[in-house]
Design a protein around this ligand. Structure first.
Ligand code: NAD
Length: 477
């Protein structure tokens, strides 16, 4: 049984209740986590506050950096163990699980190096005055983490917060807690003081809500659905608590007729099948210039037919979805497609070794999806790619911007002037030209516009969000 991790100690919830942990590859229960409540959150927040005031605030930036660097090395040392935990808990194929563990180590490494580079400004002012700005931590930061990339999102969010001098209370998703509990234990082993990193597991409406409402939380970082993002903002607004939100997307891959299709096709496929499509930045809408619409769909169709889906440990192209309700959600979208006579170009194959009790979905390529249909508007969060054609650049921009979201856009063209025009006109937090997020992008600021959220995590930019600016004006002569 997994326990909460508060003040460097493993503790059961005061509720005495647990939640079963299910392996998405076979649908079987293999562990249990604590079903915590508001009392557990209160204990964690008090521990964090005590740590902040008595210990953590005395660590200077270089010392925080050294500790984060030790944690990065420790994660790298335990990468295989963490990858296997994440694989079983989330159904990630081995390559993806290993990539996530490596990304976690890299986040800590990046933020280790960033700690003592975060400077304020001096500002010219009236004669006889010196004015400066200081970047100060918020204090105790709350982190509500989703189930799709627990380690990666922990790395970018908690890594940045600690680097900036905060202490953290983390609420992982009820479907994916195991790796984060282990990372918190590893952090204690390398010397993070008791209370710097606290993990409290449980349901969102219970323990997530309690975290968002707790008066001792000074900033909230949330990654998840737009609906819960709204609830978090409402709870935080009651006490004017700042929030960073990353709420997903319906990201377009925009392919012009002059694109290098040999480079584009593998990136387009990866962007929708990675993590079984359960990725906030999934390239889930394919916008193709009319002249190459049919040939591109034909090539993609062949590629989709060859995609294989199966148990995470088989390390195929695609693993299972996280849980039965997510599988049902994808099925509902696909049955809506049938009702609307949206044509399927191709589907991948679920291998015979996949147990019937697992949560599998074959990658699916749909064509001529009307821009207003919910398949073109809402996050499916499954391996479903919706293709539509455009006639010219203006039409491409219109379609690209025609959803409530604005997280990522992929643009594929060899025309340099068009690359810049499109990058300016697409409403999106990130634009990738002739690539789609290669290399993990730990260093690159990441976040959305419109209903994809606000604030930035990843990169150095995250440190601004995890600090508050104090202006100090001194009259001296
Ligand atoms: P969710 O938003 O419900 O869950 C995300 C996190 O929020 C989890 O830790 C959850 O426990 C917590 N939470 C839930 N209700 C809460 C509440 N009332 N107060 C505070 N915290 C709460 O997401 P989900 O139900 O797991 O997935 C539903 C949809 O959300 C998905 O289909 C997908 O579209 C989207 N999603 C997006 C991302 C992303 O990276 N942007 C990640 C996960 C899910």
């Amino acid at each position: 049984m997994q326990l909460n991790y508060i003040a460097n100690a493993s503790l059961p919830s005061v509720s005495g209740k647990t939640i079963p942990v299910i392996d998405p590859s076979d649908g079987q229960v293999f562990d249990e986590i604590q079903r915590s409540n508001a009392h557990d959150i209160d204990t964690a927040v008090r521990s964090a506050r005590e740590c902040l005031e008595l210990v953590w605030s005395r660590f200077n930036a270089a010392e925080r950096g050294r500790l984060l660097m030790r944690l990065s090395a420790k994660v790298a040392e335990h990468a295989e163990e963490l990858a296997l935990l994440e694989q079983r808990d989330c159904g990630k194929p081995t390559k993806q699980a290993r990539a996530d563990a490596a990304a976690l180590a890299r986040y800590f490494e990046f933020y280790a190096g960033a700690c003592d580079k975060l400077h304020g400004d001096t500002i010219p002012y009236l004669d006889g005055y010196s004015v400066m700005t200081w970047r100060e931590p918020h204090g105790v930061t709350g982190h509500v983490i989703p189930w799709n990339y627990p380690m990666q999102i922990f790395g970018r969010s908690v890594g940045g917060a600690l680097a900036a001098g905060n202490v953290c209370v983390v609420k992982p998703a009820e479907d994916a807690c195991l790796s984060l509990i282990r990372v918190a234990q590893l952090a204690a082993e390398v010397g993070f003081p008791a209370g710097a990193i606290n993990i409290v597991t449980g349901y969102g409406h219970e323990v997530g809500d309690a975290l968002a409402r707790h008066k001792g939380i000074d900033h909230i970082s949330f990654t998840g659905s737009p609906a819960v993002g709204t609830l978090i903002q409402q709870a935080a607004a009651e006490r004017h608590c700042p929030v960073t939100l990353e709420l997903g997307g319906k990201s377009p891959q925009i392919v012009f007729a002059d694109a290098d299709l040999d480079a584009a096709i593998p990136a387009i496929i990866n962007a929708i099948v990675q993590n079984a499509g359960q990725t906030c930045s999934a390239g889930s809408r394919l916008l193709v210039e009319q002249a190459i619409y049919e040939p591109l769909l034909q090539r993609l169709g062949h590629a989709f037919e060859n995609l294989r889906v199966g148990p995470a440990a088989m390390d195929l192209d695609v693993g299972p979805l996280i849980r039965q309700s997510q599988q049902q959600r994808v099925w509902d979208f696909l049955s809506d497609a049938q009702v609307a006579n949206i044509a399927m170009v191709a589907q991948g194959q679920i291998v015979d070794e996949a147990p019937d009790t697992g949560f599998y979905q074959a990658p699916t390529l749909l064509r001529d999806v009307p821009a207003t249909h919910r398949l073109a508007q809402e996050e499916v969060f499954g391996p479903v790619l919706c293709a539509m054609s455009f006639k010219d650049e203006n039409h491409a921009v219109e379609l690209a911007n025609a959803t409530q979201f604005g997280l990522v856009a992929g643009i594929w063209t060899r025309d340099g002037a068009r690359q810049f025009r499109m990058a300016r006109r697409v409403k999106s937090g990130q634009v990738f030209i002739n690539n789609y997020g290669a290399g993990g992008g730990v260093e690159l600021p990441f976040g959305g516009v419109k209903s994809s959220g606000y604030g930035r995590e990843k990169g150095f930019e995250a440190l601004y969000g995890f600090t508050t600016l104090k202006t100090v004006a001194v009259r001296h002569g």
